[in-house]
Design a protein around this ligand. Sequence first.
Ligand code: ADP
Ligand code: MG
Length: 400
Amino acid sequence: MSHAIEELDLEGRRVFMRVDFNVPLRNGEVADDTRIRASLESIKYLVDQGAQIVLASHLGRPKGKRDDSLSLLPAAEHLAGLLDQEVRLTDDCIGSGARKVVADLRDGQIAVLENLRFHPGEKANDKNFAEELAHGAAVYINDAFGAAHRAHASIVGVPNFTEFCAPGMLMERELQVLQRLVSKEDSAVEHPFVAILGGAKVSDKIGVIEALLSPIDVLVIGGAMANTFLMAQGYDMGESLVESDKLALARTLLKKADEREVRVLLPSDVRVANNPQASQAQVADLDAIGKGLMALDIGPRSEKDFAAVVSTAKTIFWNGPMGLFENEAFSAGTLAVAKAVAQSNSFSVVGGGDSVAAVNQTGLASAFDHISTGGGASLELLEGKSLPGVEILREKGAKA
Ligand code: ADP
Ligand code: MG
């Protein structure tokens, strides 16, 4: 795949690096800096090599117009703090102000371009916009794994206008870890391989479930996703979040799992309440959910069953919380699974925006082997789809 970053001669060269600084903000500050920290390895490498570093990212959905509440200023300031180095933010990602800041960069210095999505050209992959962004850059690096599934200007346009391109170190690691999970080679992962899937919907994750059925040995299903499977098995799920139009699909997936000799573990009990804001949960057996109640977390017996399976695993992929973990009353199942994964003697990978937030919330993140920064991108990669941001690097590498 094109060049590796280590193969490039970077000293004194202008490097445009696409990063993923699409971080949650609270009161004008970075509320969770996971993604910024994840890019530090590549950024520090560029600093050490003496490159002139231009970082570019989107933040939120400003719809192609300037929106000061979505400025990258908090991210740039946070980065400066983490590096203990000056980081300049341009007034806009293109134009004379940005050109001046970028032209003034000395070796090892860093500028952050203002939010790419303040311009409609970013999402539209406008050629002129991409050329403007690339102005003066000799090297393009993409370290924004979380955005690699988008065919936007900074992802697939800019590399057409630089002499060299390469994936960043975060991008390389994400690709290596995730591709190995669904590799066709038997020896790629150690078995038993347990996938734990949960979250809001089955429909978001059909492709991933199907792709994982080949390599995995056990499929553990929790969260609202489990509700649909349980309903497909005939349980009355009361007021629970279910996708009643996906019952046939759920049955098909169970049948496919059976054909591939994948053991499927569904919750055998749940925690219920009559509304998602409830401050207390009641434990219920599956045949006792009943009218007016919703299953909002897995139950204590399921926690034990899930943990027992997880403890035997040698490889784990986890996507999707086991319950409505944002409400503490329904966070026990997710916490129990996080603990079981953390204690297991396995290679453990977690992906998905909410799942990663849940793991961070438990304080057990450091016990995971890989925390994917890409929600949609990691799922698409596991599904076997090619990511535009990765394809372009491969194409350019072939020419270079
Ligand atoms: P990820 O972002 O990790 O891919 P999803 O977006 O698919 O995960 O799902 C996360 C959301 O699912 C969370 O907001 C969580 O509250 C919700 N959720 C999980 N289980 C339930 C449930 N039983 N009932 C309602 N919502 C649930
Ligand atoms: Mg989500």
